[in-house]
Design a binder for this molecule. Structure first.
Ligand code: PLP
Length: 380
């Protein structure tokens, strides 16, 4: 893929902080995901938890088969904005939500046999029912994103599996990957088949979950297509994959402004944004976000620690260097900030939520959601 960002062409128009999704870049991702679907025969869903951007739902729906949802609210959002199938899985469904969830969902996936027993009668005949299984194989890079880690609550282990209670179950689901390539999927599938392979032929579908980094430049797309085709041929089942991150991957930045520069042993720039509230994975995972045109500390002439506009001492994006000194009013472009950011934002410290905007393919810039005090007031 040849991803060329055009953000600089409209930078003057951007009121910060703002997430700007570049429609053309998103569409490149969607085309590749649709290609995987066409060539492999798998159905590709969007995992809403990673990328929920209503203004772009029509574009997503043009290429993907529907949404995978984590519960009632995402299922409602999928119904309101997207077309296609709605698949809902939750670690545990609540009694008060279940009827609405059933009415909205095409597939309903339970995390335990107890939940299945509790809601089976209500759901039977209305949704295609499935179980999330834990293949207990995962090379997920960090513990907080390892669904197969020690004592994981996500999915039924082989030890807890009750083959005698599979009546009415049409599908099996696993989710074991995080930003991983197809070799990791191959390993997980091996474990899944070793543990649960004998039950696959009686199913209509198998859902391979998310975490497939399909739109990353070095991902082996062809190998994924072959792997899915072989699996489908071997078992005669429908295969689903449900990436979130791969949909929004490198499809746009968070644009912020420098508010002030202070000194305490080094130069520190305070931004009108927050690592804690607007880019939480940089602290949770953690990882270093890249900034367009900036280098590592000391690499360029002017080094700054970049910090958020909150009282949290650790609200730090990192140390970066620039060719020119930073001044109040300068804009910075934090790359690849569309997935797992907007969906995780908070109004901690009353900080303004970044607006959402789209840079359309024809070059027009459209602010699609504006946020202010109201968001803070409603939530507190
Ligand atoms: C059940 C399930 N499906 C799909 C996904 C999407 O994963 P990713 O965004 O890494 O592709 C997740 C992410 O946590 C998940 O828990």
């Amino acid at each position: 893929m040849n991803k060329i960002s055009k953000i600089e062409s409209i930078i003057e128009q951007i009121q910060t902080p703002c997430y700007v999704c570049e429609e053309a870049l998103l569409e490149e991702n969607l085309k590749l995901l649709a290609y995987v679907g066409e060539q492999s025969g798998a159905k590709v869903l969007l995992a809403l938890k990673g990328f929920a951007f209503s203004a772009l739902a029509p574009l997503v729906s043009k290429y993907l088969k529907g949404c995978t949802c984590s519960g009632l609210h995402e299922a409602k959002f999928a119904k309101e904005y997207f077309g296609g199938e709605i698949h809902t899985y939750s670690p545990a469904f609540k009694e008060e939500d279940i009827e609405e969830v059933i009415a909205l969902s095409h597939h309903l996936v339970f995390n335990s046999f107890a939940q299945l027993q509790k809601f089976k009668t209500k759901a039977f005949g209305k949704c295609s029912l499935g179980l999330r299984l834990n293949p207990e194989v995962s090379s997920s890079p960090v513990d907080i994103y390892n669904p197969c880690g020690l004592y994981s609550r996500l999915g039924i282990t082989k030890e807890q599996f009750l083959p005698e209670e599979l009546e009415g179950i049409e599908g099996l689901h696993f989710h074991a990957l995080c930003e991983q390539d197809v070799d990791a999927l191959e390993e997980v599938l091996k474990g899944f088949e070793e543990k649960f392979g004998e039950y696959i032929p009686q199913m209509k579908w198998i859902n391979f979950g998310g975490g497939h980094h399909i739109t990353r430049e070095d991902y082996d797309v062809q190998k994924l297509i072959e792997l899915i085709k072989n699996f489908k041929a071997k078992y005669g089942v429908e295969v689903y994959i449900e990436p979130g991150e791969a949909v929004g991957w490198q499809s746009g930045p968070l644009v912020v402004s420098v508010l002030d520069v202070v000194k305490n042993g080094m130069d520190i720039a305070i931004l009108d944004s927050s690592a804690e509230a607007h880019m939480p994975d940089t602290l949770a995972m953690p990882y270093r976000a890249s900034i367009r045109g900036a280098g590592e500390a000391g690499e360029k002439a002017y080094t700054y620690r970049l910090g958020g506009n909150t009282c949290l001492a650790g609200d730090i994006m990192g140390d970066y260097s620039f060719d020119a000194p930073l001044r109040a009013g300068d804009k910075l472009i934090f790359e690849d900030m569309i997935h797992y950011t907007i969906v995780k934002n908070t109004t901690f410290n009353g900080i303004k939520l970044p607006d959402l905007a789209v840079l359309r393919k024809d070059g027009t810039y459209e602010v699609t959601s504006k946020f202010g005090y109201e968001e803070y007031r409603r939530r507190n």
